[in-house]
Design a protein around this ligand. Structure first.
Ligand code: PMV
Length: 322
């Protein structure tokens, strides 16, 4: 086999309807379907080379050598599909503004799925790529596509994958990201969601309610109803974070500044600006807004937190080879 290098770029995504809990840990099958927006501003570039001379997998992240069992386990899935046993060199670079704390496993595993499958001689279609990326990190299956993306939960490896949802042309959804902390997560999403599934008394309500949120947000997109779209996103995020506070032992990703930023968004909203917040498994807030309001929102957040903490992102493209 020729040691050809393939390089892929994949963008991060922010979930508007959250995935929070697995029904199968090994295959990463989620308890509920979810919906996200792929972002143009933040992405990962990854090169993969399968090389007969290598004795073990080699992984470099942002120019430093890492010992990642997760990456090797993911490569094992690719090797099994391609019926090869050759070790690989993986070189990955996160293109996230320095100190932004917005690097994500979604862009990482989407880029790795594309580059590694190609380098192993596989020619997977988008659905197969989405299923493969899912095995590295659930949310990665959505980063195979650009724009708004739904991940259908499915009930086995074949039926759990993502697909794009058309964004109406006059629906200019944008995101203002506020960096509150760059510290490593106190509790990983993997561990956090597991604890919630096992111990939150409200988990069954989440499953039922999130399915309704997903239907309603898709209807809002069709109707270009930005207010309902934002409201559902914000409420769904708060329900996910409420699950964390109801787990045993309870936990939270909020920092004092997270609450402060939420109050700023609520104040702007009371003044007539359509803006809504969401946050994933960390304290950094993402404000969902329309393009026309980006300036006023960034000004307000910059005044309180410093302009180096504020980043604007629009809908981003699908994962692709470069
Ligand atoms: O894919 P993971 O294991 O990083 O989990 C992602 C979990 C959330 O970001 C909180 C929600 C989501 O749907 O992306």
């Amino acid at each position: 086999m020729n040691a050809t290098t393939y390089t892929a770029r994949a963008h991060t995504n922010i979930a508007l309807i959250k995935y929070w809990g697995k029904k199968n840990e090994e295959l990463i099958l989620p308890m509920n379907s979810s919906l996200s927006l792929t972002l143009d501003r933040f992405y990962t570039e990854t090169s993969v080379t399968f090389d007969e001379r290598l004795k073990e997998d080699l992984f470099l992240l942002d120019n430093s050598k890492k010992n990642s069992i997760k990456v090797s386990k993911f490569l094992d899935i690719v090797r099994q599909k391609a019926a090869i046993s050759i070790k690989a060199k993986v070189v990955s670079q996160n293109h996230v503004p320095s100190t932004a704390g917005l690097a994500s496993s979604a862009s990482a595993y989407a880029a790795l799925a594309l580059a590694a499958s190609k380098a192993a001689g596989l020619d997977l279609n988008k659905k197969e790529l989405s299923r493969l990326a899912r095995r590295g990190s659930g949310s990665a299956c959505r980063s195979i596509y650009g724009g708004l993306v739904e991940w259908q939960e499915g009930n086995d490896d074949q039926t759990s994958f993502a697909y794009p949802i058309k964004i109406p042309t006059d629906f200019e959804v944008t995101m203002v990201a506020l960096v509150i902390s760059t510290d490593y997560k106190k509790i990983s999403s993997r561990a956090g969601m597991k604890r919630v599934v096992e111990t939150s008394p409200y988990y069954s309500a989440w499953i039922q309610n999130t399915a309704e949120d997903l239907n309603n947000i898709k209807q809002a997109i069709l109707e270009r109803d930005f207010e309902t779209f934002g409201e559902i996103s914000e409420e769904n995020a708060m329900k996910m974070h409420a699950l964390n506070m109801s787990a045993h032992p309870h936990f939270s990703y909020f920092e004092p500044d997270t609450i402060k930023a939420m109050q700023i968004v609520e104040k702007l909203r009371s003044q007539g600006i359509s803006c809504y917040y969401t946050l994933d498994a960390g304290p950094n807030l993402k404000v969902i807004c329309l393009k026309k309001d980006v300036q006023v929102i960034t000004d307000f957040l910059s005044d309180s937190f410093g302009q180096e903490k504020v980043f604007v992102a629009g809908p981003g493209p699908a994962a692709h080879l470069i």
